[in-house]
Design a protein around this ligand. Structure first.
Ligand SMILES: [Zn+2]
Length: 163
């Protein structure tokens, strides 16, 4: 059984049978004559270190580990899928507007730019207040830890040496 969550579509978890060599099988459906236990793994390459017995209960426990150990951090940085759909739709509509009425698109885009900057600063500040590291902020934005720190650090966070 594969485990999926709609907000993190690139991650499919499963209880991988652990081969006698100690390696988890590459997929849940991989043919394994003998296996010594179950280990939670994810399609992204993540593997749980803990091994569970080669029983149906063991498989269930391994599946639970994917959910309890792997997904919380991912979900924290994953916007709700319905909002991603709206955002993509907005982008698409502005592309059409820019083709038909470029000046109207410019007006709209400059409005978006002004609230986008403010909201970005607020979201970074909130993430930092909630204990997110610069590496996590960078990862959420698809930029490096260094870039995130240079772009968003405030005099207060520099003075306190906050990391
Ligand atoms: Zn994953």
């Amino acid at each position: 059984m594969t485990l999926k969550m709609p907000d993190i579509p690139d991650h499919e978890g499963f209880a991988a049978p652990v081969l006698p060599t100690g390696e988890p099988a590459p997929s849940a459906s991989a043919f394994t004559k003998t296996f010594v236990g179950y280990q939670a793994t994810c399609s992204c390459g993540w593997t749980d270190r803990r091994r569970f017995p080669a029983t149906p209960e063991g498989a269930k426990e391994a599946e639970y580990r994917w959910w309890s150990r792997h997904t919380p951090g991912l979900l924290a940085a994953a916007p709700p899928s319905w909002l991603v759909i709206k955002s993509n739709l907005l982008c698409e509509q502005i592309v059409h507007l820019a083709a038909d009425r470029p000046l109207a698109a410019l007006t709209l885009l400059s409005q978006v730019e002004s609230w986008q900057r403010t909201l970005l600063d607020q979201a970074v500040a909130a993430a930092r207040e909630n204990g997110a590291s610069w590496a996590e902020v960078g990862e959420a934005m698809g930029i490096s830890k260094q870039s995130a720190h240079e772009r968003f650090r405030t005099p207060a966070s520099t003075a306190s040496g906050a990391e």
